[in-house]
Design a protein around this ligand. Structure first.
Ligand code: FES
Ligand SMILES: [Fe+2]
Length: 386
């Protein structure tokens, strides 16, 4: 983030701290069908999840040519591959012969992909390089049997994909600078493109994919849900929010921020005195914590189930035990608080499923959640131009 913007945000925060208020919006209601209706869930997959980029893997996990990573996203099997000249590509992880998976979920490294069923072999560029009994396929020339490409790109230390096969003629190289907009630029200014994954975590979450985002778009819960972890660091119910299209940037000033008044503005830096949450629509969250970041993407699996891919990015991997321990403690404290949020999300989903409520309530202080839902709703309307 540029210095002028840091100073402007700090000024905004100090005014709120002095006035004892917070930025806020309109109160609203959220019907429970959003979290329970399987037909609607399918519409969300088509109308939202398969339309926009999701961060699915740290770039550094695919460092060398031939490195690959297979993952299923919202029912679509994906294969991400580092090509011979360092380029990142993504394909559907499905053989063009009869659809067997080329790679089991997870990371691997190889010079070509050989299908375990009948041994069709594909290069790192997805082209079919060979198959036994070639003459038996006069109706399907090798040039038409490349792996199906998937739109993909790299930014902010991650590989991003739109989890679907490319449309005919579509440019499969994602314009992530354009997509991530000025908030992506904020993070790029802090050097994210070169940051390294220190820790990764993947876990099942028994709640609709949208529920974890609600928990990260407000600070109303901090003093209660996080009373034993991070509550003491932050002001009660105070946040500042900016939006760029459907993306959110939420600034959570820390109690240490008013100390900046003792310093000249030219020395002001926001990193040590606030957490900054970036929610890149639809499902990637990056929490900037000054000297490192924690990110997660929520992958929808069913209307009441999702999977979370979490990564801690740091500027460079630790060389000493002391530094390893410093980062380990950071990771532990982050997930300590986040696990409290995820557990409450699971609790919410379980009461919804029992028919306890017809709608949830968002207060003025939870207006960013309402905005997130409004964006999802607008994409489900028939006739959205795609
Ligand atoms: S399904 Fe892959 S070679 Fe037959
Ligand atoms: Fe929380």
């Amino acid at each position: 983030m540029q210095l002028e913007e840091q100073v402007a945000l700090i000024r905004r925060a100090l005014a709120l701290v002095e006035g004892g208020g917070s930025e806020s919006g309109e109160p609203s209601r959220s019907p429970v069908e959003r979290y329970l209706d399987p037909t609607r869930f399918q519409r969300e997959l088509d109308g939202v999840i398969r339309r926009f980029p999701l961060a699915v893997c740290p770039s550094a996990s695919l460092a060398r040519p031939g490195d690959s990573f297979a993952i299923d996203v919202a029912g679509t099997p994906l294969l991400l591959v580092r090509g011979a000249r360092g380029e990142l590509r993504a394909f559907l992880n499905a053989c063009r012969h009869r659809g067997a998976r080329l790679q089991a979920p997870g990371a691997a490294s190889q010079r070509a992909f050989t299908c375990p069923y009948h041994s069709w072999t594909y290069g790192l560029d997805g082209a079919l390089r060979g198959r036994p009994h070639e003459a038996d396929f006069p109706h399907a020339p090798a040039s038409q049997c490349s792996l199906a490409p998937v739109p993909a790109g790299e930014a902010l230390g991650f590989a991003w994909v739109i989890p679907r096969g490319a449309h005919p003629g579509e440019d499969v190289q994602l314009d992530l600078r354009g997509y991530l907009g000025r908030f992506g630029e904020d993070l790029r200014n802090w050097g994210y493109d070169g940051w390294q994954p220190f820790h990764q975590r993947e876990f099942a979450n028994a709640a609709n994919w949208k529920i974890p985002f609600e928990g990260n778009l407000e600070t109303y819960h901090f003093q209660y849900a996080h009373r034993n972890t991070i509550a003491g660091l932050f002001f009660d119910n105070l946040l500042m929010a900016d939006h760029d299209g459907r993306h959110h940037r939420i600034v959570l000033p820390k109690r240490s921020m008013p100390m900046l008044r003792q310093q000249p503005e030219s020395d002001w830096r926001i990193g040590p005195h606030a957490n900054i949450i970036y929610c890149f629509f639809p499902a990637t969250f990056i929490l900037h914590e000054g000297d490192h970041a924690n990110a997660f993407t929520v992958l929808p699996e069913a209307v009441d189930r999702s999977r979370v891919l979490g990564t801690t990015l740091i500027p460079e991997l630790p060389q000493t035990d002391r530094s390893r321990e410093y980062w380990r403690k950071n990771v532990e404290s982050f997930w300590g608080a986040l696990d409290e949020d995820f557990a409450l999300g699971v609790s919410q989903q379980s009461t919804l499923a029992g028919g306890a409520r017809r709608e949830l309530l968002f207060g003025r202080n939870e207006w960013c959640s309402a905005r997130f839902h409004a964006d999802v709703e607008s994409l489900l309307e028939p006739g959205w131009p795609g």
